[in-house]
Design a protein around this ligand. Sequence first.
Ligand SMILES: *[C@@H]1O[C@H](CO)[C@@H](O)[C@H](O)[C@H]1NC(C)=O
Ligand SMILES: *[C@@H]1O[C@H](CO)[C@@H](O)[C@H](O)[C@H]1NC(C)=O
Ligand SMILES: *[C@@H]1O[C@H](CO)[C@@H](O)[C@H](O)[C@H]1NC(C)=O
Ligand SMILES: *[C@@H]1O[C@H](CO)[C@@H](O)[C@H](O)[C@H]1NC(C)=O
Length: 488
Amino acid sequence: MAAQSIPIPPPNSNGKAPRWTQPVSFYGQSVFSKYYAQSICVFLLLIPFLVMPAQAQGGQGPIVGQPCRVGDYDATVDYFPEKTTVDDAALFSVRYEKNYKIVTSSAAGSSKVNTYVLTHCGTPAPDASLFANNTVFVTVPVTNAASIATTAVAFLEMLGKRSAIKAVDTEGLVSSPCVQYGLDQGEIIGFEDKNLNLRAEQFKSVDLIFSSFGAEPGTENKTVVTSEVSDPGPLNRAEWLEFYSTFFNLEAPAQKLTADINNNYNCFKKAANEQTTKPVIAWTSYVAPSSYNNNTASWTISGAPYKEIISTDAGAQFYNGTDSNTFTIAADFANALKDVDVIIDETMSGEDIESFYKNYELTASSPHKFIQNKAIFRQDGIVNPNDGRDWFAGAVVMNDAVLQDIVRTVHPEVLPADVPYNWIRNIAKGEVKKVLTSADCKTTDSSTPIPDRALVCATMKAGGNAGSKTVAGALTAVLGLVAIALTL
Ligand SMILES: *[C@@H]1O[C@H](CO)[C@@H](O)[C@H](O)[C@H]1NC(C)=O
Ligand SMILES: *[C@@H]1O[C@H](CO)[C@@H](O)[C@H](O)[C@H]1NC(C)=O
Ligand SMILES: *[C@@H]1O[C@H](CO)[C@@H](O)[C@H](O)[C@H]1NC(C)=O
Ligand SMILES: *[C@@H]1O[C@H](CO)[C@@H](O)[C@H](O)[C@H]1NC(C)=O
């Protein structure tokens, strides 16, 4: 049960394993993707310390899938009356036959396609010779699965399928309270990392393995490769709920969940983009000198499409550095940030504003707007006791809640007053991490879907941290229209 089995970057000065923060934008297989695996999870049901000013999104009842039909196989029957249609995601597909479905996945920028043939339980699988020889055959619904890429856990818990999670890797970084509880109770196995024979034995205990990094030797015929993190847009990522749903015959509820996320996302997007200002936002990070980078410190401004899309949708102007996005001289980096209003600091280590100043070689009196206006945020607002970040789990699926968090950084006036943060906390204002433990697991019913963290945008009452701003903004807009009308 070692906490970390994967290649991770070198330890930082605290001696703690650092956390890559880049994964939200990684492309292809890399060490960044490995980090994703670390942060299993989801939380929810923990809510005690969350005060929701508007009704929370989600709250759907028990999710019921299409039942397994055994006996009396009839080749003319459509065993999958509820079908999924892929609208936003670019990296998976689903096609239905009468009693089996063909699901594919691929990695961004790769021509390799992974094929899965999902046969309804109690009916005959199609002839394997009809498919590529690396096709993985699965009987659905699956009841006994493992998650190597721990992002999968968040998707499965949202579908109410925690009951199907029998094992996880990098369990020390799981953020889900109930999966932490399951690990504590021995109901869920943490994969062995050092003893590879034991690890191989453990793999035999599950029927299916969800992984972001390809199959480990011996598990080729039951590994499902997922790439939700590289599907380049917030709604693309959320739609991977539908990918996961195919393994459990949960297409109808998954479509509903995705539609709810999309609608809520688009409502936040609309409200934020009605604002007249477009604060400039940059997602930045610092990498300390080490043997991995020729002992050269560097500072980077991210240009990741995912971040650009969600920033723009939050009513911000996304800043990628324009001419250059990587710096080895702190002063050049500071100069590049001179017009930036809001920073999302993605540095692995450095939890508070003092570390931020140190890493960025800035001070409280630096003239930057993000410093003077206290607009410096980090993605570690929800973690487990080992600092395993839910940003790499729940935030990959609940993109309406992520957008809400980003709107909070640039247009708080759109949201209810004092709206709580989820993952994106303001270190300049001393907002603290919320640490989730197994004690936060409030139901041992493993079929209870975890709710989305987002507010219901349509019913929220905007008020913001300065309610008058909204009124003033509206007034400006009205006067603007009058002015235009007068000029015409
Ligand atoms: C699978 O097919 C590829 C070419 O299509 C071939 O190179 C490979 O040897 C085959 N593998 C097996 C195990 O049959
Ligand atoms: C997968 O391969 C193993 C041997 O490596 C075999 O025992 C098992 O039956 C195979 N499973 C499926 C579903 O083909
Ligand atoms: C590493 O740093 C040394 C000294 O600063 C320099 O001479 C060398 O070119 C650098 N190597 C690389 C690969 O950047
Ligand atoms: C920033 O984005 C613009 C527009 O997409 C692009 O032309 C430019 O090369 C990007 N800058 C960097 C440093 O990637």
